[in-house]
Structure formats: C-alpha cells, structure tokens
Design a protein around this ligand. Sequence first.
Ligand SMILES: Cc1cc2nc3c(=O)[nH]c(=O)nc-3n(C[C@H](O)[C@H](O)[C@H](O)COP(=O)(O)OP(=O)(O)OC[C@H]3O[C@@H](n4cnc5c(N)ncnc54)[C@H](O)[C@@H]3O)c2cc1C
Length: 293
Amino acid sequence: MEHVDILIVGGGAAGIAAAKAAFRAGCGSIALVDRKSAPGGVLLQCAHRGFAEGLTGPEYAGRLLRDFPGEVSVLFHTTVVSMDENRIARLSGGRTLSFHQLILATGCREIPMGALPIAGTRPRGIYTAGQMQEMMNLHGVVPEGPVVILGSGDLGLILANQIAALGRSVTLVEQKNTCGGLARNRRCLREYPIRLLCGQTITQVKGERMLEGCRLSGGEWIACKTLLIAVGLRPERTLIHGLGSPSWLHLCGNCNTVHPMVEGVTAEGTRAGIAAWEELNGSNNRLGDSEER
Ligand SMILES: Cc1cc2nc3c(=O)[nH]c(=O)nc-3n(C[C@H](O)[C@H](O)[C@H](O)COP(=O)(O)OP(=O)(O)OC[C@H]3O[C@@H](n4cnc5c(N)ncnc54)[C@H](O)[C@@H]3O)c2cc1C
C-alpha cells in the first residue's frame, strides 16, 4: 500500500493553501486528491469579480496556484470514498493510501429540493443554485425563463444578477423579512427589474415533465420554467463520520465552517497545513524519544 505523510482531500482554495503551507514548512510527502479534473473547487464556476481585489474565481485560483510546489503529488479524477481509524483511505478505482495526517478540505454541499417541505411533483427545470452556476459558467447553459430563485443570500443574488443580465425574468423568494447577502451582491436589485418577495416561501411546485410554476405560502401562483434552490450550504464531512476528533485530523475551509469570503478559507488552509506538519513532527519526535529510552 502506498503511504504519504499528509493526505489532503479536496483541491479547492483550502486544500491548495494547505498543501503549499505543509510543503513550505518542510513536509516532502504530501498527496492532494480531488474528484474533479482541475484544482480550484468552487472557484472555477464563479465568473463574477468578487474575489480579493476584484478577481474572478478562476483568476483567484490561478493566483493561488502560481507557486504551487511540483513535489506535491496531485491526483485528479479521484474520489476518496472512505477512510478509517487506522488511517487508511480508499480511493475510487480500488486504490488505497495510508497516511499519517489528514487534512479534510472537502468544501460544502447545497441543501437540495428534496430536503425541503415543498409539495408536488419533481419535474425537469429544478436545480440547486450551485448546479446552475456550474452549468452556466462552465458549460454555457442558459436557463429557461421565467426563473424563480428560492433564497436571497449571496449565491441567490449572484445568480439573480447573472440571469437578469441575460434578459430573463427573475423572481427572488425569501423566507425572512429582509433580503440577505452582501451589499455589493444586493446591487442587482437596483440594476435589474428583479422581483423580491420577502416573508414567503414556496409550498408547491407543479408540472408533469417540465416545471410549470410554483405556489407561494401567501397563496400567489408564479408561472416559471426554472426554479433554483439557494437556501444554504452545509459543511461536507461525510468521510469522517464516526471517526471523532483524533489529533491527526485537520479540517479547513468550508468543510469546517461555511465562509462567505475566500480569504478566510485560504488562511484556514494555511493554518491546517502548518498544524498537520507540526503534529507529524511532534509524533515523530515522541516516537524517537520512546525508542531511545
Ligand atoms: C457560489 C459561491 C460564490 C462565492 N463568491 C465569493 C466571492 O464573490 N468572494 C469571496 O471572497 N468568496 C466567495 N465565495 C466563498 C469562497 O469562494 C469559498 O468559500 C471557497 O472557495 C471554498 O473553498 P473550499 O476549498 O473550502 O471548498 P471547495 O472550493 O468547495 O473545494 C472542495 C473540493 O473538495 C473536492 N471533494 C469533496 N469531496 C471529495 C472527495 N470525497 N474526494 C475527492 N475530492 C473531494 C471537491 O471536488 C472540491 O474541488 C463563494 C462561494 C460560493 C459557493
């Protein structure tokens, strides 16, 4: 079985920063694994200029990768499917990898339609906001209008802005009494004729094969062809379920806490890389001491 000193799962901003920091600290045996075909994670689908000093997501990822050490072994198209308390990770394709320290940088997952108490059928035309963002920005898909977006946080607003700019009719439905999100993302409400309905939620969707519309808690019926669910993100920690909090495990980025800004993710990744190296050194020293005695 192959062995690495530090295994990093997830090649988004957190995982990239962790790999760079662990290498700079002195670790020469690091593997970074990601199920996708390129590093950057969610940054790659963010076409808007909201990162650092006005960069797009791909530009920020490019900057982060500029001095990425070639000595780090990077495995793309590879999913870590499970791991256990003996520090063995099982990868897609049947490969196994033992490790000394684990940095979990798996990001977060969206809350899907199925998790919400919305009655009715499940016709085509319903997506999570992140799915639609990926389809639009990486695959050139344009959503069919009219479009309803459930949730007015940053992700809902970023999509509302992008879709309204394409000339589609957009309605934002927000359960709270005020719109969420950063002020800079709320600007689209002034720039485009986006309808914002606060204090309401969607209670029912209708349509046989294709989505025809949805009903709001206030009773209003809105005809639409696309419904985007943007109601929140949850840290993705399925892999470590049941493992507790061993000293060899380090969490960073959105799998630790959902961060609104990428700078916090990068800083946390850097700290995790250093902490993993220190823990590795500490336990090697402890082992050395006991062998000398
Ligand atoms: C839509 C959106 C817009 C944003 N806009 C801004 C903005 O304008 N400005 C700003 O500063 N910040 C923004 N952020 C916040 C910031 O960009 C993100 O918080 C940050 O990029 C997340 O990095 P991460 O490494 O934690 O997670 P991710 O980028 O999600 O990376 C996680 C990686 O782990 C991989 N992975 C997961 N599980 C496995 C597994 N089992 N095996 C292998 N690989 C796995 C995934 O493929 C993914 O590549 C935005 C976030 C989102 C979601």
